[in-house]
Design a protein around this ligand. Sequence first.
Ligand code: NAD
Ligand code: UGA
Length: 317
Amino acid sequence: MKALVTGAAGFIGSSIARRLLSEGHTVIGVDALTDYYSIELKQQNLSETQAENFTFVHADLNELDLDELLVGVGIIFHEAGQPGVRKSWGDDFAIYTSQNVNATQRLLEAAKRSKSLKRLVYASSSSLYGDAQSYPTAETDLPQPISPYGVSKLAAEHLCTLYGRNFGVPTVSLRYFTVYGPRQRPDMAFTRFIRAALVGDEISIFGTGEQIRDFTYIDDVVEANMLAAFTDSVEPGAVFNVAGGSSISVNEVLDVIEGIAGHPLRINRIGSVPGDVFRTGGLTREIELALGWKAKVPIEDGIALQFDWGRSVFLDH
Ligand code: NAD
Ligand code: UGA
């Protein structure tokens, strides 16, 4: 099967690409290598996807000839986007609408014209629930994002659903809940905490640290993508939570990291940040019924695995 991974140089896209390549699929990876974080880190991710059956296209989805790109492509994993909940205010919102909404709409138009496409898996986000109606939150609960980022991810998800309903574009949206593990983005909590623990820097905690997340390990997220791509019975426009099953506060995460590090962490508590939701927690009954997916990696194991990766990248050897 020929697969297209958008955002292939990023944290999740590169992890999906490596899995596809290891299973012998032909993969096209497209990425604009945006400067949201270090381009060297994206190039490092790409260096780990080098294989005979991998082609990299360095381009922006808003500019590329997508009809040409999609020739013969059976599955699209649409991971490209501008991430980061806390930076989506002010003038930067234009980047979020461009990379998350406009690029997705452009891809969907090309997908509509494709003769070969069997599935388009969209990287949606738990951030669209905002401070949710209920916990664990079901896909049918009202989306009420509290960050501009969440608004942009919800708008793009709605586009996926309506191209599915109106034109039969075979979209599936996976609402990822805070993904972690090796190669996690440098702006995200665990990478920041683990790096600081290893090099002795101070960790900044936003607000009380009592905020709760349903963190999801990267391998579980990749597995959900594989099942969403290769399970035939999914209706176009489907939406599923991909949640790790952990309900753990940021303070409890610090305790786990301190235990692994074996020494006290240096913690600086600063003000809370607008757009940061207080709690996420996803019900995963629907994805279990439809795709047989359930998260496998317990949070303590996943943090230990990310800590090991951190040792290899943040310490001089
Ligand atoms: P990432 O920044 O590591 O990867 C995204 C990649 O997309 C980057 O390499 C960037 O250069 C590329 N990109 C951005 N705009 C592009 C464009 N117009 N054309 C081509 N490439 C473009 O982020 P990530 O953490 O891997 O997240 C991947 C996707 O999953 C994003 O859409 C994000 O919103 C979504 N998501 C992530 C999480 C998480 O916890 N990491 C949770 C929910 C949803
Ligand atoms: C993450 C991703 O960054 C988003 O791209 C994604 O869409 C979202 O998950 C999602 O699930 O949809 P977030 O939950 O904010 O967003 O992930 P982290 O950056 O790992 O933050 C987790 C918690 O740690 C937040 O409450 C944050 O306030 C806190 N934090 C983070 C700190 O206290 N200090 C830091 O330095 C970083």
